[in-house]
Design a protein around this ligand. Structure first.
Ligand code: HEM
Length: 369
């Protein structure tokens, strides 16, 4: 389908078929280009802030991406941050926000402390409101391990590049990871058999001590947990669409599209199609044991050289948090999320329903949303 989106001067081609996604991504070129958010572009230009990794294009994007890629994308490097995330997981759910921050800034924000750091609260509010602000990051007393590594890798990276990229990583990382984790918890509550099987695997890999700290060697041993995360991100795909501009003329679904065509990939629609997933609304992690799943049918992190640079970090965080959480709590059945809305990300109109009960206390239930 082809349509003119509000405020745009060219048509966008909508693609909701996995083979066509493959055709589009084959024509994305070596420096893929996504649509930008005009409001963010305006804000950054107006404030003379570098466009950052998410919004930059062309050679500038390649320069930033290659500086950020090595410290956090290869599984080995992402998993090395595991011990940094471990202690924070004891603060269970709220901690997702701080865990991402620990990696990007090399220190916890302290938003969860008894007397929360006001700067931390301001930053988290800014992320939730999707307002780009470099102010809180500028006030950080020092850059942490990840930012230090980026600086060391590329001498051309300026403080300006670094700040907007750090803000991008925080914006992209905090909200999306916490939403994904909450929806995974909701699914585990509604599918007790999956939860029980997952807890068995966690006990087998980590043991039954709920205070055991995880490291990279544990991560490699989780098989079912990987399937749970893959399936949860298919069922509740927090980033439900993606975009590309074709870098060359291409044939997509039998139609000839010229170079420069804007394409919207309906990732969530494809991931819920019975053409690719039998009984697609059912949460069934075991389906990922099959060898014949279409490789372009469920792409929660995108694909290719512009795919999510935080993927491994995010998967590592969700693994560590779920392993700790299921070692201590039973996730009780809660209603499926209602009133799902799309505002760039997939979200629920109200809080995501999640209920916990400590494993050793059979009567008291805590609701977190
Ligand atoms: C469950 C969690 C997450 C999901 C589902 C997710 C999903 C995505 C998707 C779909 C894209 C677009 C990829 C493409 O165009 O092919 C993206 C890009 C990006 N993500 Fe994530 N993301 C997650 C977590 C994170 C985290 C934790 C970080 C930071 C540490 C992060 C940083 C980024 C950045 C910087 C980009 C832009 C990359 C570029 O344009 O080169 N994301 N993400």
């Amino acid at each position: 389908m082809r349509a003119r989106l509000p405020g745009e001067s060219c048509d966008t081609v909508f693609v909701a078929d996995a083979d066509m996604v493959a055709e589009v991504l084959r024509a994305e070129g070596s420096i893929p280009k996504r649509k930008n958010a005009p409001t963010w572009e305006y804000y950054r230009n107006k404030n003379n802030v570098s466009m950052g990794l998410v919004f930059e294009d062309g050679d500038e994007w390649e320069r930033l991406r290659s500086a950020v890629q090595t410290p956090i994308f290869p599984p080995k490097n992402a998993h090395a941050y595991c011990p940094a995330v471990g202690p924070a997981t004891t603060q269970v759910m709220d901690v997702v926000e701080d865990a991402v921050t620990t990696i990007i800034l090399g220190q916890r924000l302290g938003a969860l402390d008894v007397e929360p750091n006001p700067l931390a609260l301001e930053m988290i509010r800014a992320v939730y409101a999707q307002i780009v602000t470099t102010g809180p990051v500028l006030l950080m007393p020092e850059f942490g391990s990840f930012l230090g590594q980026v600086l060391q890798r590329d001498a051309t990276i300026t403080r300006r590049d670094l700040l907007s990229t750090a803000v991008d990583l925080l914006l992209a990382g905090i909200d999306i990871t916490s939403r994904s984790l909450l929806s995974t918890m909701n699914l585990l509550g509604r599918y007790p058999n999956v939860q029980a099987k997952l807890r068995d695997e966690i006990y087998a890999v980590v043991g039954t001590d709920p205070n055991a700290q995880l490291d990279a060697s544990h991560l490699a041993k989780f098989k079912y947990l990987k399937n749970v995360l893959k399936e949860a991100s298919r069922v509740f795909m927090v980033v439900p669409i993606n975009t590309r501009f074709l870098a060359r003329d291409a044939v997509v679904g039998g139609y000839a599209l010229p170079q420069g065509t804007a394409v919207l990939l309906a990732s969530e629609t494809i991931a819920h199609s019975p053409k690719y997933f039998a009984d697609p609304e059912t949460f069934s992690p075991d389906r990922w044991d099959a060898k014949d799943i279409h490789p372009f049918a469920s792409l929660p992190f995108g694909l290719g050289s512009r795919m999510c640079v935080g993927r491994r970090v995010s998967e590592m965080e969700m693994t560590v948090i779920l392993a700790h959480l299921l070692g201590r709590f039973e996730i009780l059945p809660a209603p499926a999320p209602q009133d799902i809305i799309f505002n760039v990300l997939l979200s629920t109109a109200g809080p995501m329903p999640v209920k916990f009960r400590p494993l050793d206390a059979k009567s008291v239930a805590t609701t977190v949303s």
